[in-house]
Structure formats: structure tokens, C-alpha cells
Design a protein around this ligand. Structure first.
Ligand code: XUL
Ligand code: CO
Length: 442
């Protein structure tokens, strides 16, 4: 059966979204995201490397635990799986192009329907990969990262790479091979591992030591395969503490960094931090960014936000300018994201049912983040925030403090110094002052 592509316009009446500035009243325009504007030596486009998430934007139907989907897509009607996937690709590339986003991201099963036969599924993924390759060449849109969905199929109910049954692990491997092949063919800049079911529901039936070892074994197996087959990009792990499992092994940035170090995977990987996952781990987004950045591991971001009253992954579009200003300051300080970009792993609300809502959601998200970049630049230029932080630790820069930091002092030396210096003077942490300073730039 031959498949028809590129014949339809799905988002009729909505044209290219352009920058019009803060005075603009046009809801279909950017007020802050000006892709060519130079900020700290690079264009906004290069700094932010925005990506559209295939799953939420073109597959997510708005279903929740209390009811089925409310989003009905005109590209999701053909009876043949390949034609449906081709129609979805038409809609996706139309949207991504109209938004002016340079990148997209996808799971294998977002691109085309899954199939239990690994050969048939592999063929389907190859089929859609060819279409994506054509669409990328026509539009100039690039693949930020690819990934395999190893959590939806019921065979993964006890985990994928951490499944207690080796046969399920083999199926996970088959799927990973297909998704890695697609990522390589499409020139993906990264490959993401998010272990949705790589954790446990109960320790009573779980050999955690073996599961973590098996998880690391699969990562090594994938890295070896991808490198042997020409993958030049970066591997990312996306931490999340729980949901759908009670406990996920990739709990948070610090846990993942420890895991990668324990299993000798540190050099191949970076972290893809998701805002709402940080919240679920009981951290701020800035905390996760700082932990990752300090370890040289802050590579990519899944942009969204939670809801302060709901303790689950609501995946809302970013609007919190304070949250982003703090995080962006950390990103800017490390010279940008290491190998990744900013992917909108965010979804419209169930009752946001107009096609226009998909545009408003992304325009708002891109503007929030672009604005945070401008704020971060101002904070850096002003310099007081950095200066105050540095001053707080100045006692380690010279004299005995520097000797101590260099490992030259023994515990007995500290005893002598404590007697010599007497009671230290009180030094204010100036938190409110710094909060005001941040507020001034926001
Ligand atoms: C789930 C989540 C995933 C990953 C990719 O919480 O964030 O969509 O980003 O598998
Ligand atoms: Co994510």
C-alpha cells in the first residue's frame, strides 16, 4: 500500500509565529523569544535549542485516570498504521516549523504505533525514520534526541532493563536497538534513557542489587552498540524519583551521578533534567541544575512545571519566571547546555481542546524561558550576586583557610587555630537582600 505525505495543512489559519516584542497584543507572536537576538555572545536560538516533544503535542489525547481522551486529532484517523504515522509527521513538521523550533524529540511509539512482533515494529520504525529524514531535510528541523518507550507495553509491567525475566530484557534490547538506529540515521544530537519502570513497586519481591546491575549492563550494551554504529552524540539520563514506580532507580541528579560513577558510565552520559521531576524529588529545579552543573553533567532539559497543590507529574507548560531565572543563571554560568537543548515535555490541559491552545502553550513556554535568559544575562552583568557569593567563601582563598582547602592541615592544627582566632564574628547570609536583588531583575 502506498502512503500519501505532505498533502494537507493541519493548522489552518495560523501562520509562522514571529517575534513582535513586549508591546505586541498578538497572542500568536513572541514577546521575548527573538531567535536572532544576541545574548552573552550567542543567539537566543543557539542558547535555548528549543525542541517540541512529539508525544504530548501530537499523540497525547488528554486522558486522565478519571476519563478517556478529549483531544481528537485529524491526523489520527486513517485505518492503516503507516498512513496514520505519515499524517502525524505532516502535522508535526508543520507545527514545529510554524513555531520556529529548531528541534524535536520522540519515542519510537510516538512516531508510529507499537507492535508486539519486534520484526514488524522494527520495520515500522524504519518506515517512519525515512519519512522523518525527508521532513528534516525539507524543513531544516533537527532531532535533539530519540528514545524508546520501555514503559507502556504491558510486557514491561515488572520493568524493562531491570525486569526479573531475561526474555523481557531481550525485548527491551530489541526495542532499544531500533530506537538507537533511528536516532543515528536522523543525526540525533542525543539519546535519552528515561527508566519509567526501572525501579520497584515493592522491595518484598525485588533484588535491588541485581536490578541496578542489570540496568547498568543494558546502558553499557547500548553505548557499545551505538558507538560501533557511528553515534557521535551524547547519552542522557533523565532522573525521576517515582511514578509510575513507587521508587525509580534514577531518583534525582545526585543519585544518577553516583550510579553512573559506580558503573563506570560517567564519561558517556549527561543529565536531562525535568523541572517537574525535580519537584517530585523534593528539590527545586535550580537545585537539580546546580548539582548537575557542579559535576559537569548538566546537558539537557525537559521543560515543564508541576502544580503546587498536586503531588504528581502534571507536565504543565512553564510560566514560573523566578524558577527559570535561577536555573538559567546556572546554565549561563556553565556556558550553556552541554550537548542538549530545552525540550517541552509539557502538555495542554485536558480541557484545552482548540488547536490554537497548542500554539499558545508553546509560545508562553518559549517566552518564559527566553525572558529568563535575558534576566540571567542582566544578573551576570550586574555581578553583585556572584560577588556576594564569592565573598562568603573568601576565607578559603588565603592563609590558613587556603592551607586547609589544599589538604595541608591536620585536625590538631584546626584545634590550635580555633583557640587562636577565638569566637568567629557573625556573618549574615543576606538571604532577603539576595531575594530582593533577584526580584529586581525579574
Ligand atoms: C516522563 C517523561 C518522559 C521522558 C522520555 O515523566 O518525562 O516523557 O521525558 O521518556
Ligand atoms: Co521528560
Amino acid at each position: 500500500m502506498s502512503v500519501i505525505i505532505g498533502q494537507k495543512e493541519y493548522f489552518k489559519g495560523i501562520g509562522q509565529i514571529k517575534f513582535e516584542g513586549v508591546e505586541s497584543d498578538n497572542p500568536f507572536a513572541f514577546r521575548y523569544y527573538d531567535e536572532n537576538r544576541i545574548v552573552a555572545g550567542k543567539s537566543m536560538k543557539e542558547h535555548l535549542r528549543f525542541a517540541i516533544a512529539y508525544w504530548h503535542s501530537f499523540c497525547g489525547d488528554g486522558a486522565d485516570p478519571f476519563g478517556p481522551g478529549t483531544h481528537h486529532y485529524p491526523w489520527d484517523v486513517a485505518s492503516d498504521a503507516r498512513q496514520r504515522a505519515a499524517d502525524k509527521a505532516d502535522a508535526a513538521f508543520e507545527f514545529i516549523t510554524k513555531m520556529g523550533a529548531p528541534y524535536y524529540c520522540f519515542h519510537d511509539v510516538d512516531a508510529i504505533d507499537g507492535h508486539n512482533d519486534p520484526k514488524e515494529f522494527g520495520d515500522r520504525v524504519k518506515f517512519i525514520t525515512d519519512i522523518f529524514a525527508k521532513k528534516q531535510a525539507e524543513s531544516g528541523v533537527k532531532l535533539l534526541w530519540g528514545t524508546a518507550n520501555l514503559f507502556s507495553n504491558e510486557r514491561y509491567m515488572n520493568g524493562a532493563s531491570t525486569n526479573p525475566n531475561f526474555e523481557v530484557v531481550a525485548h527491551a534490547g530489541a526495542q532499544l536497538k531500533g530506537a538507537i538506529d533511528a536516532t543515528i540515521t536522523l543525526g540525533g544530537e542525543g539519546y535519552v534513557f528515561w527508566g519509567g519502570r526501572e525501579g520497584y513497586m515493592s522491595l518484598l519481591n525485588t533484588d535491588m542489587k541485581r536490578e541496578r546491575e542489570n540496568f547498568a549492563r543494558m546502558l553499557h550494551t547500548c553505548v557499545e552498540y551505538a558507538r560501533r554504529n557511528g553515534f557521535k552524540g551524547k547519552f542522557f539520563i533523565e532522573p525521576k524519583p517515582c511514578e509510575p514506580t513507587k521508587h525509580q532507580y534514577d531518583y534525582d541528579a545526585a543519585t544518577v551521578i553516583g550510579f553512573l560513577r559506580e558503573f563506570d558510565l560517567l564519561s558517556e552520559f549527561g543529565l536531562n533534567l525535568e523541572v517537574n521531576h525535580a519537584t517530585l524529588a523534593g528539590h527545586t529545579f535550580a537545585h537539580e541544575c546546580q548539582v548537575a552543573s557542579d559535576a559537569g553533567m548538566l546537558a539537557s532539559i525537559d521543560a515543564n512545571r508541576g502544580d503546587t497543590q498536586n503531588g504528581w507529574d502534571t507536565d504543565q507548560f512553564p510560566t514560573d519566571i523566578y524558577e527559570w531565572a535561577e536555573a538559567m543563571s546556572i546554565i549561563l554560568k556553565q556556558g550553556g547546555l552541554a550537548g542538549g537543548g530545552i525540550n517541552f515535555d509539557a502538555k495542554r490541559r485536558r480541557n484545552s481542546t482548540d488547536m490554537a491552545d497548542l500554539f499558545y502553550a508553546h509560545i508562553g513556554g518559549m517566552d518564559t524561558i527566553a525572558r529568563s535568559l535575558l534576566i540571567a544575562e542582566k544578573i551576570a552583568k550586574h555581578g553583585e550576586m556572584d560577588r556576594l557569593k564569592a565573598e562568603r567563601y573568601a576565607s578559603f582563598n588565603s592563609g590558613k583557610g587556603a592551607d586547609y582547602a589544599a589538604g595541608k592541615l591536620k585536625l590538631e592544627d584546626l584545634y590550635k587555630i580555633a583557640i587562636e582566632v577565638g569566637e568567629p564574628a557573625q556573618i549574615s547570609g543576606k538571604q532577603e537582600y539576595l531575594e530582593n536583588l533577584l526580584g529586581r531583575f525579574v
